[in-house]
Write a protein that binds this ligand. Structure first.
Ligand code: NAP
Length: 255
């Protein structure tokens, strides 16, 4: 028996980055807790597989957050609320990584990291936070990273994108509080997902990563509990903060 059980019946959430990793896990757990979910990412096949698992709960939309303008988001959100009603929040996990050392700097990589992880979130927030789309007391959770807390070789732009999100929510909380909305970021440590698996394939495992995580490398389900808590009304007095969920990484030895 689970010690903490969430009940999101009657509530709807947008999950961006739902085709893989932590976004996929959050979408599944929300659906299992009774929520309606608009699952967003680019990969149509993986989205369809997710939607087919929970046809009553999950609707899917293929959107590239680096290209979506206000009109595209409006169409996608309008379509969902016409069938299922307004939203109660957002989980934004879309992100891409890559190294940007000064000596081998690739501006296209740097811009993709910022566009996906930071500007995509801000663009969606601008549309979704309208009264037309969200109920009062909605909760927005954006994915940052422990990389936004510490320096790591070659990760200046990825760290900057995550740091930008963390700092932006401190001001966004002012914009949103009049409707009792809340906004927070989550900073995971190293989690076993598509992102880390492909980076291991490309560059090998980061030096000392296992040793730094005092509780070992994480799984998506080690992070999703904090996300569901922040979406729930048990977190109704929590806003403008970053929550580190990292198996002790930031307390482990750092190179
Ligand atoms: N894994 C880690 O160790 C770790 C640690 C700290 C922070 N994070 C952060 O946590 C978040 C989730 O990471 P993850 O490990 O779960 O990654 P993941 O498995 O690679 O999932 C990333 C998701 O983002 C979506 N996405 C990427 N670019 C997109 C775009 N242009 N438009 C729409 N969707 C896009 C991907 O879907 P499509 O490819 O289908 O578009 C996928 O669903 C990211 O922001 C990441 O930076 C991860």
């Amino acid at each position: 028996m689970k010690e903490v059980v969430f009940d999101f019946n009657g509530k709807n959430f947008v999950v961006v980055g739902a085709s893989s990793g932590m976004g996929y896990q959050v979408a599944v757990e929300l659906a299992e807790a009774g929520a309606g979910v608009l699952a967003v990412a680019r990969n149509k096949e993986r989205l369809k597989e997710l939607g087919d698992r929970y046809p009553e709960r999950i609707s899917i939309a293929s959107v590239d957050v680096t290209r979506a303008d206000g009109k595209e988001w409006t169409n996608v959100l309008d379509d969902f609320i016409a069938h299922r009603g307004k939203f109660n929040g957002l989980v934004y996990t879309a992100g891409t990584t890559g190294t940007t050392p000064l000596r081998f700097y690739d501006e296209a990589v740097a811009r993709a990291i910022m566009e996906t992880g930071f500007w995509g979130a801000i663009g969606l927030m601008q549309v979704l936070s309208k009264k037309k789309y969200v109920n009062p007391s909605s909760s927005f959770v954006l994915f940052a990273s422990t990389a936004g807390h510490v320096g790591t070789k070659g990760l200046s732009v990825y760290s900057a994108a995550k740091g930008a999100l963390m700092v932006a929510v401190r001001s966004l909380t002012h914009d949103l509080a009049k409707d009792r909305h809340r906004i927070n970021t989550i900073s995971p440590g190293y989690v076993n997902t598509g992102m880390t698996r492909s980076s291991i394939e490309e560059m090998g495992e980061p030096f000392g990563v296992k040793e730094r995580h005092l509780l070992g490398i994480g799984e998506p389900s080690d992070v999703s509990g904090m996300v569901l808590f922040l979406l729930s009304d048990r977190a109704k007095w929590i806003t403008g903060e970053d929550f580190v969920v990292d198996g002790g990484q930031l307390r482990g030895a750092w190179r």
